[in-house]
Design a binder for this molecule. Structure first.
Ligand code: XMP
Length: 538
């Protein structure tokens, strides 16, 4: 059966993945495609509706991202957002001009409640009136535009305005065309998710059958059909993606799956054992689990190496060597599984228009030496939050499912300068204390207030600086290392701010680290933002 879907056409704006995620939150599956995608291909995908995203340019300029007027004749509802709305107007005979001033930030807006976008159940063109949600008509929205729609295209009417923008939303219900000048996908537009819901569930009439329990069930069937009696090999890092992929594959094909888990000695405290407890013998999954304890091998390769890029390279190359040796022992396999997720697909240029091209450091190069016939990527269609939900459906422990991002080179890039077993132990112990204290304070806050505190970081960890300094311990002079604590708030990890952790949490962490971790006499808090700093230290 064909999966019901919305197509998000990407014009290169910054919120494009966010638009797709919001649609998925309405339990509607969607995919992102570049605006350059052939119109016939889009038609063949038989979408229930189309969303045109924002973009960085002016639609009337030479070389701007364009679309064919024929797009608007496909016969399914289309919603243009920001640039998408302007382009729709421009292409269909209206006028878009540069405003005197940029309209930016949270803006008061008045919505016309008779529009189906904003709650008009009786509006023409609505496929499922029961799904239309009513909203506040005097509300806020997030604006970010220089150009504005100065004249509507024929057939359209304005259904929202702000003090400076006469067309903050528009519609031509007879053709099923809608436009919104602001950004309903961002949280600063409080009624925004309802608007997208009204579009995909009410106007397009999507049934909302995209749910993670059915995804897991359907994937298990699809994997069984595809793999049959074949053998599958997966490099399990213990991160969220590869763990969920392992859980899903194991449920589908059990012993036909072999997971190789390389413990490079640069994992967080007890992490290797935690991964083994879930996937190893006696754990909750049925599979072949191979743990390679390669700590010493890594430490000897890293001895004396201080240059960050060289360290990263050694760790990456050594991973390939170790994996290669294991793969040779296993022999030919039918499938090599990878934990690729949807943002990886989009960011590597296969989906939308995103400028960021990310290489997949942790798995890069593997296919060259593993003897396999095909790649299998069971999470390829999922966003990170969906991967987590699928993980919970599979019964993976919450600690694993909600794990913080952890770099492939591990603690190797959180130890400045040379990596040694002794330094790894120091940073592991300090980091475990830090995570415990932050976790405890956050949990207390959550149980009292029902939500995470404002200061809750998106990633936090301890790093070992290469600096030793003089201190006192009792009557003794010490000459020990300084630990740096990092905690950042970020949306996409491309930019980040230091999180404002409560002072008492920092104090408790410092006290415990200097008392419990030998070799540390100083604890520093890193307040740098990114840029110019990075999240990691090397
Ligand atoms: P940076 O340090 O680049 O980190 O600001 C941004 C995010 O990426 C993670 N990171 C990595 N992840 N392999 C990974 O899988 C790597 O080599 C790597 N380097 C950084 C980092 O933890 C943060 O979440």
């Amino acid at each position: 059966m064909e999966r019901e879907k919305i197509i998000v056409i990407d014009f290169g704006g910054q919120y494009n993945q966010l638009v797709a995620r919001r649609v998925r939150e309405c339990n509607v599956y969607c995919e992102i495609y570049s605006y350059k995608t052939d119109l016939d291909k889009i038609k063949q995908m038989n979408p229930s509706g189309i969303i045109l995203t924002g973009g960085p340019s002016s639609c009337y300029e030479e070389g701007a991202a364009k679309c064919s007027p024929k797009l608007f004749e496909i016969g399914v509802p289309i919603l243009g957002l920001c640039y998408g709305a302007q382009l729709m107007t421009h292409v269909l005979g209206g006028k878009v001009e540069r405003a005197k001033d940029r309209e930016y930030g949270k803006t008061e807006i008045t919505l016309d409640a008779s529009s189906a976008l904003f709650g008009g159940k009786n509006a023409q063109g609505v496929k499922n009136a029961g799904e239309i949600k009513q909203m506040q008509t005097d509300t806020l929205c997030w604006m970010s535009h220089f150009d504005y729609i100065s004249q509507l295209a024929p057939g359209f009417r304005s259904v929202a305005h702000t003090s400076s923008t006469p067309v903050a939303a528009m519609e031509d219900v007879s053709r099923g065309l809608y436009g919104i000048q602001f950004h309903p996908e961002v949280l600063h537009t409080p009624e925004g998710s309802k608007m997208l819901y009204n579009f995909v569930r009410g106007i397009c009439g999507c049934a909302g059958d995209w749910r993670m329990d059915t995804f897991v069930e359907d994937s298990i069937k699809a994997i069984r059909d595809k793999v049959g009696n074949g053998k599958v090999l997966l490099a399990l890092s213990g991160g969220v993606d590869s763990s969920v992929a392992a859980g899903l594959l194991s449920r589908a094909i059990g012993q036909h799956l072999t997971c190789v888990f390389v413990d490079h000695g640069l994992l967080r405290k007890n992490e290797g054992d935690e991964v083994e407890a879930v996937f190893g013998k006696g754990g909750q999954f049925d599979l072949n689990f191979i743990r390679v304890n390669a700590q010493e091998r890594y430490y000897s390769k890293l001895a004396g190496v201080t240059e960050p890029e060289r360290k990263r390279k050694i760790i990456g190359e050594e991973f390939i060597r170790v994996f290669e040796e294991e793969a040779k022992k296993i022999g030919a396999v039918d499938f090599l599984a990878q934990g690729t997720i949807y943002p990886d697909v989009v960011e590597s240029g296969l989906g939308g228009e995103s400028a960021v091209i990310k290489s997949h450091h942790n798995v890069g190069g593997l296919p060259d030496f593993v003897d396999f016939k095909e790649i299998i990527e069971p999470l390829r269609d999922l966003f990170k939050d969906e991967v987590r939900k699928a993980g919970l459906e599979l019964g993976l422990p919450e600690a694993l499912v909600f794990r913080q991002p952890f770099p492939g080179p591990g603690l190797g890039i959180r130890i400045i300068g040379e990596v040694t077993g002794e330094k790894v132990k120091i940073v592991q112990d300090a980091d475990a204390i830090y995570r415990e204290e932050v976790g405890k304070a956050a949990a207390e806050w959550k149980s009292a207030h029902g939500e995470n505190p404002d200061w809750m970081p998106d990633q936090y960890f301890a790093a070992l600086t290469n600096m030793r300094s003089v201190g006192v311990m009792g009557d003794e002079r010490t000459y020990d290392y300084a630990i740096a604590l990092r905690a950042v708030k970020t949306v996409d990890f491309m930019t980040a701010e230091a999180a404002q952790l409560p002072w008492d949490v920092l104090q408790r962490t410092m006290n415990r680290i200097v008392n419990e971790v030998r070799g540390v006499n100083r604890v520093l808090y890193d307040v740098s933002s990114k840029p110019p700093g990075t999240v990691e230290f090397e």
